[in-house]
Every structure is written in structure tokens, then in C-alpha cells.
Design a protein around this ligand. Structure first.
Ligand SMILES: [Zn+2]
Length: 495
């Protein structure tokens, strides 16, 4: 066992995690039974009120505005049973649920009562975490019939357990003192002891027995159990992060800027996206690149070569050809592939399932990472910091190296041509004695060329003036002179 986990406080923390998973298992079984009964209840209400037979089912209504009588009535019942449906409160989490499964999967009803992200792809109680289960139980008024405690009060056995577990999840480090552990266990035991149903419910009774033994130290934590729990914690955190990541991309990548000169003039990606014509480029021995007739039709052809996953893929093209749009679309295709979100989503290539093999996709803009070298650092600044605040931010940043090590990931780096990594750059240019510059340079060039700069040349150059300046400055720092030939088509606008 890891050294840090043998400390008393760390063992307390582990016990609290064990207790959470055990309690979750018990209440998940209650929720499963409860929502099956909820569906039956809804159908009997509908039969009594509207005469809709309980044997009638529907699996074709996917658009809420165009639902049949049956589906829209189920929707009304879900709404009516939501605890927080009044003005300004969110009400049911419709985006979690697949409406076409309302008549066959009662868990699709339960999902309407869970937090609005991270539960869409959880098909049953078993795959749902504590927060999702407790949300479904607490937010659905009908579930009150399984409890003696008054769940309409702001503070009740469900909200208390939810708070304690959330606090545990967001805890910095892995230390819990004895007092905090005892109150944590008390809170979960209170929930499992509720007389109406849980007290005599076997899974809850078993969970109580286990929790009491665990708390009294009579059960030593086996190495295997610790490993299993740590793995589960990792899984939970990764899943949560993945859910947030998908949400982040689906909200931020769906528009593209139409004009680089005017900020805020964004259009939906669907309006500007055109199917790209991508062909393979082969690199000759002398370093020249040759475009082939070999057209890319599938994601598989992009990511694999002879059944082997490519470590790196470079996407090359003239400015304005839509490379960024293609990459944004790739991120959206991934979201859709891994979360089965929108049936109307049209993927760039038909084999969108290829993207399912990648558990994570990180898209970063190198334009916004001029001073950074470390990919982890870039993901942290451009993604994690945008998604999370406070402790959660730190926790996810710590999780990131583990994800990169264990999970298949796609890392998209957009804007390589604009990215200058100074140290690497210096290294490559160190041997340079002559450089030819040829191209069109935009922006004002009011740089005084360093005295040691003798000759410079770039055959074809698309770069910002900042990039050019930094190049010149770098060159002037060498201890040997560099010959510079300026072949300017349009003269530099000097001042
Ligand atoms: Zn229907």
C-alpha cells in the first residue's frame, strides 16, 4: 500500500470513500425500484385521466415540440413531479434524457431529476454516481413515498448526505480527522436508517452493517480494497471531467469566427462548414513534400496507417482553407461519438465511431500558448481553468497526467505555424549562417535590425510581424554573424 495511505487520516478518508460507494450501491437499488414504480404510477394516472391504455407504448417521439399525446403526457408528469419547477428554477434536466425511451426505460425518467450534465450516457442505476442517485431521489417528489423524513424541507437526510459527500469529493488532499469521519458516517447511516423503506430494505441493512464495522475499525482495509477504491475514485473523476469537457466543446466550438479582423462576428459552424478535401502528403528523402492523389475519406485514414495509430498527424493548408473549422468540427464529432448526443448531428466522415476509441480529446490553440512549452500546462490554462474554479481546478490538473498516461487521447494543436517555441527555435537556428527572406509582411516593421545580423531569407513566409521580430532578435544573439538577403515583393512598411 502506498505510504501516504497508511496514515490514520488517510485511512479515515478511504473509509469515508468506501462508505460512500457502499451507500450509493444501496440507494441505487432503491432508486431503480422507485423509478420503475414511478413509471407504472404515471401510466395508471394517465389511464384514469385520459383513458390511455397502459399497454400502449411509443418509441418515436424525439422532438419535445412534436410529441404524441402519450409522450407529452409523460413529460408533463415528469414536470409535475419535479421539486424545483417554479419560476427561475431549472426544473427537469431534459438534456439528460432520451425521450424515445420513456416507455421502455424507467431510468430515462430518473435522469430528468439528476444534475444536468454527466448523466446522459448512464443507462441504469448501476452506472450512476452518488450525486446522480441522490438527486433523482430528492428532486422527484414522488420518491417521498419511500421516506419518512420530510424531503420538502430544505435540510433533510438526502440534502445532508449530498452535502457531506460533495464536501468529501472536493476535499483537498486525503486527510480526515476522527471527528469529521464520525459525523460523515452518522449522516450516511441516518439516510440508510429511514424507517419508511430503507430500514427494512436488505441492501440498506447490509450497508449499515458494513459501515458500522468499517467505522469501528474492526475491518482492516485490505490492499485490494484500497486499490479498488482508488481506481473507482479515478474513474469517477475522469468521467466527471469528460462530461464537462464534452459540454465545454459543444458550447464553445459550435460557432466560428467569420472574419479574423472583426471579433464577435461568429456564425454557426453548420453554416460555414464544407466537407474538406484532404489528401495525404508524402515527405521525400530530401525533405520536400509532395501531395498525393490519396484522398482521405474516413477518420480511420487520418488517424491510422496500416492499422497502426499514428503518433502525430500534421494538417497542412493555405490560410483561410478552413483548418481551424475542420478541427473544431472534429472536436464536435468526438463529443457526439462519445456521448450520443444529437441524432441530427452530421459528422465530417461516416466512420465517426473511430473517434469513440479515444476517451479524451483536448483541443488547444497554439496561438494562445506563445510562451508555453508544456502541453499539460496548455490544457490546464485553456481548458481546465475555463471549466473549473477553485479546488476542483487543482484536483483536475492533478488528474490530467494520469489521464494522459492511461487513456487514449487525441490532442489537437491548432496554429502550429504561428507558434514559436523560443528554446527549440534557438537550437535549430544555431547553425544557421544565411537566411533568405521572401514574402509579404504585414504590420508595421519599426524594428532596428541588430548589428550582427548580416543575411536572412525565408522562401515563403506567412508570419506575423511579432514572429519575424522574435526571429531577428534570436538570430542576433548568436555569437556568429548570420548573412541576410532580403528579397521583398512588397516592401516592408518601415517607419
Ligand atoms: Zn410518442
Amino acid at each position: 500500500m502506498e505510504e501516504r495511505l497508511t496514515k490514520k487520516e488517510a485511512q479515515n478518508w478511504l473509509k469515508c470513500m468506501f462508505a460512500t460507494y457502499t451507500t450509493r450501491d444501496a440507494i441505487a437499488q432503491l432508486a431503480d425500484i422507485g423509478f420503475k414504480a414511478f413509471y407504472t404510477h404515471i401510466r395508471s394516472v394517465m389511464h384514469a385521466k385520459y383513458g390511455i391504455l397502459e399497454t400502449t407504448t411509443c418509441s418515436s417521439c424525439s422532438t419535445p415540440s412534436k410529441q404524441c399525446r402519450l409522450c407529452s403526457e409523460i413529460g408533463n408528469q415528469i414536470w409535475d413531479n419535479h421539486r424545483f419547477k417554479k419560476a427561475k428554477l431549472k426544473g427537469p434536466s431534459w438534456n439528460n434524457t432520451d425521450t424515445t425511451q420513456w416507455c421502455t426505460e424507467s431510468w430515462e425518467l430518473a435522469k430528468c431529476y439528476m444534475p444536468s450534465t454527466g448523466y446522459r450516457d448512464k443507462p441504469n442505476a448501476n452506472s450512476t454516481d452518488f450525486n446522480g442517485i441522490i438527486g433523482a431521489i430528492y428532486n422527484c417528489i414522488w420518491m417521498q413515498c419511500y421516506f419518512t423524513d420530510d424531503l420538502s424541507k430544505d435540510s433533510n437526510i438526502c440534502t445532508k448526505a449530498r452535502e457531506e459527500v460533495n464536501e468529501l469529493r472536493h476535499l483537498q488532499g486525503m486527510d480526515i480527522c476522527d471527528g469529521d469521519m464520525i459525523s460523515f458516517f452518522d449522516c450516511l447511516l441516518n439516510l440508510l436508517n429511514d424507517p419508511a423503506h430503507l430500514f427494512s430494505f436488505k441492501p440498506a441493512a447490509d450497508a449499515r452493517t458494513y459501515l458500522k464495522q468499517l467505522q469501528q475499525d474492526s475491518l482492516p482495509l485490505s490492499e485490494k480494497a484500497v486499490k479498488r477504491t482508488l481506481k473507482k475514485i479515478y474513474e469517477d473523476r475522469t468521467e466527471e471531467f469528460r462530461g464537462r469537457l464534452i459540454q465545454f466543446y459543444t458550447t464553445t466550438k459550435k460557432t466560428v469566427s467569420v472574419s479574423p479582423l472583426r471579433e464577435g462576428r461568429d456564425k454557426p459552424i453548420w453554416d460555414v462548414f464544407v466537407q474538406p478535401k484532404l489528401s495525404h502528403v508524402i515527405m521525400e528523402k530530401d525533405g520536400t513534400r509532395k501531395k498525393t492523389e490519396n484522398v482521405v475519406h474516413q477518420y480511420k485514414e487520418l488517424f491510422y496507417k496500416d492499422e497502426m495509430l499514428n503518433n502525430r498527424v500534421f494538417l497542412q493548408g493555405e490560410p483561410g482553407m478552413g483548418k481551424t473549422t475542420f478541427l473544431n468540427k472534429l472536436a464536435l464529432d468526438w463529443c457526439n461519438a462519445v456521448s450520443e448526443h444529437n441524432p441530427d448531428h452530421k459528422a465530417t466522415f461516416s466512420d465517426v465511431d473511430t473517434l469513440k476509441e479515444f476517451r479524451f480529446l483536448f483541443q488547444i490553440s497554439l496561438r494562445d500558448a506563445i510562451d508555453q512549452r508544456d502541453v499539460l500546462e496548455m490544457i490546464k490554462t485553456q481548458i481546465i481553468d475555463m471549466i473549473y474554479t477553485g479546488d476542483k481546478r487543482e484536483e483536475t490538473a492533478k488528474l490530467l497526467p494520469q489521464i494522459m498516461e492511461r487513456e487514449p487521447c487525441i490532442i489537437i494543436m491548432d496554429g502550429l505555424n504561428e507558434w514559436v517555441d523560443q528554446s527549440e527555435f534557438l537550437y535549430t537556428l544555431n547553425k544557421l549562417t544565411t537566411l533568405y527572406l521572401r514574402g509579404i509582411y504585414t504590420g508595421r516593421c519599426d524594428l532596428k535590425l541588430p548589428a550582427s545580423l548580416q543575411c536572412i531569407g525565408l522562401q515563403k513566409c506567412e508570419c506575423s510581424s511579432e514572429w519575424l521580430y522574435s526571429l531577428l532578435i534570436t538570430l542576433s544573439s548568436f555569437d556568429h554573424p548570420v548573412k541576410c538577403v532580403l528579397l521583398v515583393e512588397t516592401p516592408l512598411e518601415t517607419n
